[in-house]
Design a protein around this ligand. Structure first.
Ligand SMILES: Nc1ncnc2c1ncn2[C@@H]1O[C@H](COP(=O)(O)OP(=O)(O)OP(=O)(O)O)[C@@H](O)[C@H]1O
Ligand SMILES: Nc1nc2c(ncn2[C@@H]2O[C@H](COP(=O)(O)O)[C@@H](O)[C@H]2O)c(=O)[nH]1
Length: 206
């Protein structure tokens, strides 16, 4: 895929850390100027979730057909369900020069790292694993069995945080939101400076 414009921002971290909560706070901010890529999943819709807003909900057969068609930038099977990032929306949005924000688990983030090493990778970490369990229980969307499975995945996932460009601890939602926004801003400034220096070098070489 040939994407020249727009920054790909990947927010990852264990289930229950607060990725969705932080992401919603970011997108409620009128100053936010990037776009959210809605994922596809085969998991059942939770109460209040809307198809095409929270996820595109698909059957396993539909999802597997899309895998065959190479329709995902990345996908992973997580605790018994598929989750994936549709390629077309990301490609079109970045080509329009807009940043795209992905909220995905760590296996998917690893695949994005391979395909887009220039993307920005942020790991959202809980203050402790106990906080994570409390948050999952508090959310009340999963059975205790699924929560236990997600916590056991989380133990492995937090070990991967050193592979990320930045780690943000989600202690207070608005603090974490601002840190993510500042990281994105800083990344743009860094890239603009590098590009300006590169242009200057080319002009000087002429
Ligand atoms: N900083 C925080 N302090 C306390 N509770 C929080 C904080 N951030 C999120 N929560 C709560 O934790 C629960 C899990 O949050 P959320 O659903 O955003 O996590 P997630 O990482 O998106 O989970 P998943 O990966 O399973 O989708 C929610 O009930 C949310 O209100
Ligand atoms: N690899 C991907 N992971 C994704 C994607 N969309 C969401 N997710 C992650 O899956 C888990 C479980 O989500 P839940 O909604 O069932 O709680 C969580 O970590 C999500 O961030 C995706 O497109 N690819």
């Amino acid at each position: 895929m040939d994407i020249e414009k727009g920054l790909l921002i990947v927010l990852s971290g264990p289930s229950g850390v607060g990725k969705g909560t932080v992401r919603r706070a970011i997108f409620e901010d009128p100053d936010t100027d990037f776009e959210y890529s809605i994922s596809m999943t085969t998991r059942n819709k939770r109460e209040g979730e809307v198809d095409g807003v929270d996820y595109f909900f698909k059957s396993r057969e539909e999802f597997e057909a899309l895998i065959e068609q190479d329709a995902f930038i990345e996908y992973a099977e997580y605790v018994g369900n598929y989750y994936g990032t549709p390629v077309q929306y990301v490609k079109d949005t970045m080509e329009r020069g807009k940043d795209v924000f992905l909220e995905i688990e760590v296996e998917g983030a690893k695949q994005v790292r391979k395909k887009f090493p220039e993307a920005l990778f942020i790991f959202l970490a809980p203050p402790t694993l106990e906080h994570l369990e409390e948050r999952l229980i508090g959310r009340g969307t999963e059975s205790q069995e699924v929560i236990n499975h997600r916590i056991s995945e989380a133990r492995k996932e937090v070990e991967m945080m050193n592979l990320y460009d930045y780690v943000v601890i989600n202690d207070e939602v608005m603090d974490a939101k601002e840190k993510v926004q500042m990281i994105v801003e800083a990344e743009h400034l860094k890239r603009e400076r590098v590009e300006a220096r590169f242009r200057k070098m080319i002009l000087e070489a002429k």
